[in-house]
Structure formats: structure tokens, C-alpha cells
Design a protein around this ligand. Structure first.
Ligand code: S3P
Length: 172
């Protein structure tokens, strides 16, 4: 991997915290490319995330997720990277993100997350009782995003306010 210390910006956070939307807007403001790791996995594998989980299991999905992160973070051009909510579960991914990017964790309260993800029923880890699944996973991942350089609670912010907060941090 190329040695381009903290060149990129990586957004981490639980499902429904706004990573993909913020990533696109932030990249526009910074005039650079936005990469959505989930979309990249789908185009690499020629399958949806749900199909990968169903056909080859979560472990196979996680391997591709790490491979995509290695490639994206190794790029010389600055990227704004939206990761999937579980990309932080492998500590090696977290180290790699910290070494190559400003890592921004987006958070939101459970109520807001449930309302945001309820419009999309495709997430494999949220099948069944949505409220129960979100609350359980939030508990399991309580500290998973603590390693980030910066944390922004998006519960009461719109996308522009989140982007402004990240840009303000970049200027410091
Ligand atoms: C996952 C989050 C999803 C996707 C996959 C697994 C997770 O991405 O990567 O369904 O483990 O939290 P989003 O956070 O973009 O929904």
C-alpha cells in the first residue's frame, strides 16, 4: 500500500448514521472522489450485499470488505470513503484506516437509526424484528467506533451541517 499518511477521509458508523450521503456531499465540497465500500463490493462481486451474505456468508463478505479497503486507502488521490457499519469489527481495518485517513465516526440515537433504516429492508443483519436487531447490534458495537479521530452525532443535524463540521475539523 502506498504511504500517503492521512490523505483520505473515512466515515465509519452504525447503519443509518448517514455515511453514504455525507460522503457524497463531503467529496463534492472537497472536489475529490467519493467511494462507497458497499457499492464497490457489489460491483466487484457482481452480487448484492444480501446475495453475498446469503450465498457465501458474512465471512466472505468481510474478506472482500477488507480487500476493497486496502485498495481504496492505497490510492494516491484523496478519497472520501463511506464504509459499511461492520468494517470496524476487524481491528486490522481500524489500524489501516487510522494510518491512511482522518477517521470520522457518525453516530445517531437508536430511534433515529431505526427510522432511517426502516426505508430499506435489504440489510442482511437487520432482518426480522428491526427494533430488536438494531438495539442488540448497537449494544454489541457500543465501543466499536470509539477509535475514530472525530465523532459527530448526526441525530439532529442535516447532511450540510455534518459536512461543515468535518470541514471545520480539517481546517484546524
Ligand atoms: C453492515 C452494514 C452495511 C453493510 C452490511 C453489513 C454491518 O452497510 O456493509 O450489510 O455489519 O453493520 P451500511 O452501514 O452502509 O448499512
Amino acid at each position: 500500500m502506498a504511504d500517503n499518511q492521512k490523505n483520505h477521509i473515512v466515515l465509519v458508523g452504525f447503519m443509518g448514521t448517514g455515511k453514504s450521503t455525507v460522503s457524497q456531499q463531503l467529496a463534492k465540497r472537497l472536489d475529490c472522489e467519493s467511494v462507497d465500500v458497499d457499492c464497490e463490493i457489489e460491483s466487484r462481486e457482481g452480487q448484492s450485499i444480501a446475495e453475498i451474505f446469503a450465498g457465501r456468508g458474512e465471512e466472505a463478505f468481510r474478506q472482500t470488505e477488507t480487500a476493497v479497503l486496502v485498495d481504496v486507502l492505497g490510492s494516491r488521490e484523496r478519497k472520501v470513503v463511506a464504509t459499511g457499519g461492520g468494517a470496524v469489527l476487524d481491528p486490522r481495518n481500524c489500524d489501516m484506516m487510522l494510518n491512511h485517513a482522518l477517521v470520522v465516526a457518525l453516530t445517531a440515537d437508536a430511534h433515529q437509526i431505526i427510522s432511517r433504516v426502516s426505508h430499506d429492508s435489504s440489510r442482511p443483519l437487520l432482518q426480522g424484528d428491526l427494533k430488536l436487531r438494531v438495539n442488540r447490534l448497537l449494544e454489541d458495537r457500543k465501543h466499536a467506533y470509539d477509535f475514530a479521530d472525530l465523532t459527530i452525532d448526526t441525530t439532529r443535524l442535516n447532511v450540510h451541517e455534518v459536512v461543515d463540521a468535518i470541514i471545520a475539523c480539517l481546517k484546524q
